[in-house]
Design a protein around this ligand. Structure first.
Ligand SMILES: O=P(O)(O)OP(=O)(O)OP(=O)(O)OC[C@H]1O[C@@H](n2cnc3c(O)ncnc32)[C@H](O)[C@@H]1O
Ligand SMILES: [Mg+2]
Length: 210
């Protein structure tokens, strides 16, 4: 008898065509997620257009926050929901702003201010601390029955100062991905989608559920 030590594979839930709620209130993210979903024949609707509230992000990890946002939107809408929790992690700041990336921009969502704050802290950390950083993105899909699947992506890069470019959103103008001369703020959307943390997570999601 052959004994198979491999645990049985857990069958992944396949995503059927139909409505899907993008559980984000960030216009920039919603735009990028729509573009990533475009080839797959599903109808994305945003949480904002359904009037869904923004849940409080009480998790202590990207995954926990993505799952909490997806769960809230699936519960309230009755559709499959896709949430994104993401952020900029700076080595010199031991991973900050990380899951607090949105909060560093304050109530006014002022990312010019948030970028200055990040740069100021990096300069205070001194030249030896370096300017390495990465973006992380956790994408969670939640079905109305509560089943959740989460996928994490990452892109490594360097922080530049002053910020460059007015494309993208958030911290894009100060983030230059490794091996490239342009910041995410200077790149066309398609170029960012070829290498971003969000695209990396999305590739894993596609492999599992499409
Ligand atoms: O929670 P939702 O409603 O999705 O929207 P949010 O803006 O609050 O999103 P997060 O809680 O995930 O916070 C992540 C922040 O990190 C920043 N961020 C994430 N992905 C980014 C990207 O691709 N480019 C630039 N900044 C990004 C951006 O400023 C976000 O506000
Ligand atoms: Mg948020």
């Amino acid at each position: 008898m052959v004994i198979d030590d491999e645990p049985p594979a857990i069958p992944h839930r396949k995503l059927a065509p139909g409505k899907l709620v993008i559980a984000s209130h960030n216009e920039g993210k919603v735009r990028e997620i729509r573009a990533l979903l475009a080839p797959y024949g599903i109808e994305p609707v945003s949480a904002g257009s359904l009037g869904l509230p923004e849940p409080e992000e009480t998790g202590t990890s990207f995954t926990a926050n993505a799952e909490l946002k997806a769960r809230a939107a699936a519960d309230l809408s009755g559709f499959v929901a896709l949430a994104d929790d993401s952020g900029l992690c700076v080595d010199a700041l031991r991973g900050d702003p990380g899951i607090y990336s949105a909060r560093w921009a304050g109530e006014a969502k002022d990312f010019a201010f948030a970028m200055r704050l990040v740069n100021q802290h990096v300069e205070e950390a001194g030249p030896d601390a370096g300017r390495d950083a990465h973006f992380v993105c956790a994408l969670s899909l939640c079905w109305p029955d509560g089943h959740v699947e989460t996928f994490e992506g990452r892109v490594d890069g360097t922080l530049v100062w002053p910020p460059r470019g007015d494309k993208g959103f958030g911290y894009d103008p100060m983030f230059q991905p490794l091996g490239h001369q342009q910041t995410f703020g200077e790149m066309e959307a398609d170029a960012k989608h070829g290498m971003s943390h969000r695209a990396d997570a999305f590739r894993k999601l596609v492999a599992a559920v499409f």
